[in-house]
Write a protein that binds this ligand. Structure first.
Ligand code: 13P
Ligand code: SF4
Length: 305
C-alpha cells in the first residue's frame, strides 16, 4: 500500500523525535515541506537557526550550499541533505581554483562571497554575505582598496549601486531569477495598479529598477506582514507564495513569473525527508581545514547579522 502524506508525516515526526532532529526549510521549498519544518526562513535566518539549535541532527531542506553552511557552523552535528542532487547552479559557476586565479589578477582585492558558494570558495574569501545583509557587509569594507564580489553579478551590481562604489563582479547569475523579465513587472503593474512590487536582488537590474522594494526572501515575508497594500507582486522563486498566502490570508500575492521555479529546490519531498531520517543520508560534512577557513568568512558575516 502506498504511503499517504499523513502517514509519511507521522513517520517523519516519530523518527525526528527519536533522533533529536530539527527540520530546517528554505522559503522556496514545496508547501508540504514548509508545513512539516520546525523553521522556515531565508539563507541568513537558516544559518542563524543552525548556529543556535541544540538538536543532534539537522535535516536541511534546501540546496547543498545551505547544508554545507550549517555543517561549517555546527561541525559536531549530523547535517542531512535528503537529495544530493539539490545543488545551486549559481554556486557551481565558480570554483576555488578559478577564484584563486582571479585573486592573482587582483591581489589587493577583498573577496566578498555570496553564501551561494561551496565551502571551498568560502574558504578562499574574506567575508561571506547573504541577500539580507550584503549591503551592510560591503558598507563595512569602506577601507578596502578593491572588492571582488562572487559569484552573483546581479546581487553584486545591486549592492554596488546601493552604496555607490564599484566592485569587480564575477559573471555568475541565478538561472531561476533571470527568467523574471521587466515586461512581466510592467504588465502586472498595469493589471494591478494598487499592487506593491517586491523583487529579489538576484533579479536583473532592469527588474530591480522597477520594484518598490528589493529584498531577501525573509525581507519579503516581513514586508508582506507590514505593508498596507492588499496586492503584492512577488519577484522571486514561486515556492515562497505558499508561505506568504498561509501567513497573510487577507492579502493577494501574484508571482511576477510562473516560470521562476528552482528545480533543485523541489527535489526535497516528504519521501526523501523520511528516507533521509531512516538512513541518516546524505551527510554533508566539510573537511576540517576548509571548514575552519570558510568559518572565518561566515563568522564575520554572522557578527554583522
Ligand atoms: P535568500 O537568502 O533571500 O532566501 O535567497 C536564497 C536564494 O537562493 C535565492 O535564490
Ligand atoms: Fe540557486 Fe537560484 Fe535556486 Fe537560489 S533560486 S538556489 S540562487 S538556482
Amino acid at each position: 500500500m502506498e504511503n499517504t502524506d499523513a502517514k509519511l508525516i507521522e513517520k517523519i515526526k516519530t523518527l525526528q523525535q527519536r533522533k533529536n532532529a530539527i527540520i530546517l526549510a528554505h522559503n522556496y521549498q514545496l508547501g508540504e515541506i514548509q508545513d512539516i519544518a520546525d523553521f522556515v526562513g531565508d539563507s541568513l535566518e537558516l544559518s542563524q537557526k543552525a548556529a543556535k539549535t541544540d538538536a543532534d541532527v539537522i535535516v536541511f531542506c534546501g540546496v547543498h550550499f545551505m547544508a554545507e553552511t550549517a555543517s561549517i557552523i555546527c561541525p559536531d552535528k549530523v547535517v542531512l541533505l535528503p537529495d544530493l542532487h539539490a545543488g545551486c547552479p549559481m554556486a557551481d559557476m565558480i570554483t576555488a581554483q578559478r577564484l584563486q586565479e582571479k585573486k592573482k589578477e587582483y591581489p589587493k582585492a577583498t573577496v566578498v562571497c555570496y553564501v551561494n558558494t561551496t565551502a571551498a570558495v568560502k574558504a578562499k574569501s574574506d567575508v561571506c554575505c547573504t541577500s539580507a545583509n550584503g549591503v551592510r557587509i560591503v558598507e563595512k569594507l569602506a577601507d578596502a582598496e578593491q572588492i571582488l564580489f562572487v559569484p552573483d553579478q546581479y546581487l553584486g551590481s545591486y549592492i554596488a549601486s546601493k552604496i555607490g562604489r564599484e566592485m569587480i563582479l564575477w559573471p555568475g547569475f541565478c538561472s531561476t531569477h533571470i527568467r523574471i523579465q521587466p515586461q512581466d513587472i510592467l504588465r502586472l503593474r498595469a493589471e494591478h495598479p494598487q499592487a506593491k512590487v517586491v523583487v529579489h536582488p538576484e533579479c536583473r537590474p532592469e527588474v530591480t529598477a522597477l520594484a518598490d522594494a528589493v529584498l531577501s526572501t525573509g525581507g519579503m515575508i516581513r514586508f508582506a506582514h507590514e505593508t498596507e497594500a492588499e496586492e503584492i507582486i512577488i519577484g522571486t522563486e514561486v515556492g515562497i507564495i505558499h508561505r506568504l498566502r498561509k501567513e497573510n490570508p487577507g492579502k493577494r500575492f501574484i508571482p511576477a513569473s510562473e516560470q521562476a521555479i528552482c528545480p533543485r529546490m523541489k527535489l526535497i519531498t516528504l519521501d526523501t525527508v523520511l528516507w533521509s531520517l531512516e538512513t541518516m543520508a546524505h551527510q554533508v560534512k566539510v573537511p576540517e581545514r576548509t571548514r575552519l577557513k570558510a568559518k572565518a568568512a561566515v563568522d564575520k558575516m554572522l557578527e554583522v547579522g
